[in-house]
Design a protein around this ligand. Structure first.
Ligand code: ADP
Length: 631
């Protein structure tokens, strides 16, 4: 023991600290947990430093395992938080617990005063390097007994938080490290109760990478291994699963995938992220937006942080920990925190990379992922301009090439299967594949072996419209009047002469449909079908119009063009009939019915009464013509 003869000395707190202490001791009841968290975090920091020193110095550490001990004495109303970390010398006690090194402290005191009414400012306390003083939220007297790492003499700092503190040499020998002894205020005595200590440690500090014991040699309150700080190679699959269960409180769940991310510059962070197996949203539960656990220096800062991932990755669960984040970034300041923004960018990349890998390595896993979360992910094709193509790579759609409606293809697969000269990606959207496959618009594509993506999810067409192109290939709905199809090498085999009366048929069709379509014209795309409706360039697709209409959203009904196939047997007949004006009415009626048929194929029922009338009349006519044969 040193023969130190120094006397007990009294010091005065810096002006800002006086101000701060006044605020803290009158703080709101509900922010008191924060004090506990700050003190544990300080102890943990000190252990971190010790661990680092032990790892980097030649002389091995003499101390036992690094740990934090919390001891509550309900009878005396004291709470002790003890660590065997680096500790503090007399000079360090004075420097660290008597002044504020940070220049922004005055500003902080002001902000704290502003926030004090609702307690929100309290959560900023650690950000300004003054977390220790929050001890005075719990206690009306605080002692810190400490012995520095290379010292024999221990010291005691003591204050009632009123303006002055003392530092005195300690007679007793204590272990290296620091003991913060809180003499609890009468209204804060509950913090000495083991149940309360347990609860607080579990809530805020279960991720501290050192054991936190309840009493000397007592039970360890935080048995959670901080797997995210370990190198990936050191963590077993079982540990990842266990940690997932711990985080999600779903003790029997296994994640579909996990990703362990580590970065050291420009921002240091570690993250363990998980993909759940089930989309609770699609099961009728509320929106999945549990957010990620955010830790700063291994201390949990926010349990459900929504600012770390964009909305379209809201299903991802996990934990992010950064050394560069201040311990108490508040919810309010997180959003415009520069470090958080950088971490977010890296996390998005990490998740998308991981999903790419899932798609490559595990077809079944990816299929499952796509069924559960594919639609959520597609929101990113609309919302995330920077990553749009990256996300589109993961999107899957039905295809006219696949017989099995379950078989889905990616844009990249589509590009690989394009025919010679094809410059665009074609798609058709509607409610179900079976109906889409019957669309007359598909005829020319099937005939020429050009693949068409069949979009059946609600989000699909919005996503594809937002994209406009993929890898430079324009995304084109096949109802468009401008298809930009590649030159047809077999075009010479095509009939070039227009059948008799076709021009007259078009005229009569135009007359009959004048208010209903923008134009009637000859079709170059139809093979067997007599007619189809096409959209003019830039117009909204019929499916999109219906989706908006059903959702009660206003939109401008786009003018459609009726394309007529001169080689269809029905149109050929009408052409011949048109030679005699006596059939004009019948041809006009046919025009109306063919237009209605085209709409019905798209799932729209135009003016049912008029249609039933018309069909009845046509049937009557046919019946009349047939009846003489029977008589
Ligand atoms: P911050 O921890 O943000 O720096 P605090 O007011 O909580 O601010 O603590 C001030 C300083 O006091 C710390 O930086 C550290 O150097 C020292 N300190 C606090 N608690 C301990 C401890 N348990 N062991 C060693 N040093 C400590």
């Amino acid at each position: 023991m040193s023969t130190q003869t120094a006397e007990r000395r009294e010091y005065s707190f810096q002006a800002e600290i006086k101000q701060l202490l006044h605020l803290l001791s009158h703080s709101l009841y509900q922010s008191r947990d924060i004090a506990f968290r700050e003190l544990i975090s300080n102890a943990s920091d000190s252990l971190d430093k010790m661990r680092y020193l032990a790892l980097t110095s030649e002389t091995p550490s003499d101390a036992g395992p690094l740990e934090i001990v919390i001891e509550g004495n309900e009878a005396e109303g004291t709470l002790v938080i003890r660590d065997n970390g680096v500790g503090m010398t007399a000079i360090e006690l004075e420097k660290n617990l008597g002044s504020i090194a940070h220049s922004g402290s005055g500003e902080f005191a002001k902000r704290l005063a502003e926030g004090a009414r609702d307690g929100s400012g309290m959560s900023l306390i650690g950000q300004f390097g003054v977390g220790f003083y929050s001890a005075f939220m719990l206690a009306d007297r605080v002692q810190v007994k400490s012995r520095g790492r290379d010292e024999q003499q221990a010291w005691e700092w003591e204050s009632t938080g009123e303006g002055a503190y003392t530092i005195a040499p300690l007679e007793e020998t204590i272990e290296r490290g620091a003991q913060v002894i809180l003499h609890l205020k009468p209204e804060a005595r509950e913090y000495a109760a083991p149940a309360r200590i347990r609860e607080i440690v579990r809530r805020y500090s279960s991720f501290i990478p050192f054991p936190i014991r309840l009493g000397e040699g007592g039970e360890i309150l935080n048995d959670q291994k901080p797997i995210w700080v370990e190198p990936k190679s050191q963590v077993t699959e079982e540990q990842y699963s266990k940690f997932y269960q711990h985080l999600t409180h779903r003790m029997n769940d296994q994640p579909l995938w996990h990703a362990h991310l580590a970065a050291d510059s420009p921002i240091q962070f570690r993250a363990v992220l998980y993909g759940p197996r089930t989309n609770l949203e699609s099961m009728g539960f509320a929106r999945m937006d549990q957010g990620l656990h955010l830790c700063a220096k291994r201390v949990l800062v926010q349990a459900d942080c929504h600012d770390l991932l964009p909305d379209y990755l809201r299903f991802v669960e996990g934990l992010v920990d950064s050394e560069d984040l201040p311990l108490n970034v508040s919810r309010e300041t997180l959003q415009d925190n520069r470090i958080v923004a950088k971490i977010k960018t890296a996390l998005v990349k990490g998740v998308l990379d991981r999903l790419d890998r899932l798609a490559e390595d595990d077809a079944d896993g990816f299929k499952h992922f796509n069924e559960q979360f594919g639609q959520v992910l597609k929101e990113g094709m609309i919302m995330d301009l920077a990553n749009r193509e990256r996300i589109a790579r993961l999107a899957r759609f039905g295809s006219s090439r696949e017989q099995d409606p379950e078989a889905l293809v990616s844009f990249d697969q589509y590009l690989d299967r394009m025919v010679a000269g094809q410059e665009r990606i074609y798609y058709l959207s509607g409610d179900d594949q079976a109906a889409l496959r019957k669309s007359p618009h598909l005829e020319i594509f099937n005939k020429r072996g050009i693949e068409v993506l069949l979009l059946t999810e609600r989000i699909d067409e919005f996503a594809v419209t937002a994209m406009a192109s993929y890898k430079g290939k324009r995304l084109t709905p096949i109802e468009s009047d401008d298809l930009g199809l590649p030159e047809d090498s077999s075009a010479d085999s095509r009939e070039t002469s227009t059948p008799t009366g076709f021009a007259r048929v078009l005229d009569l069709f135009r007359e009959a449909l004048k208010d209903r379509v923008a134009d009637v014209r000859e079709s170059r795309r139809l093979v067997d079908n007599p007619c189809c409706l096409v959209s003019t360039q830039g117009a909204m697709s019929p499916h999109m119009q219906r989706v908006l209409k059903n959702a009660g959203k206003p939109f401008y009904e786009s003018a459609r063009v009726l394309e007529v196939n001169p080689r269809s047997p029905l149109i050929e007949r009408l052409g011949r009939l048109s030679a005699n004006p006596e059939h004009d009415d019948f041809i006009r009626e046919s025009a109306l019915q063919l237009w209605a048929n085209a709409l019905i194929l798209e799932g729209v029922m135009p003016d049912p009464e008029a249609m039933v009338d018309r069909v009845s009349r046509l049937l009557e006519e046919v019946a009349q013509k047939r009846s003489p044969l029977i008589l």
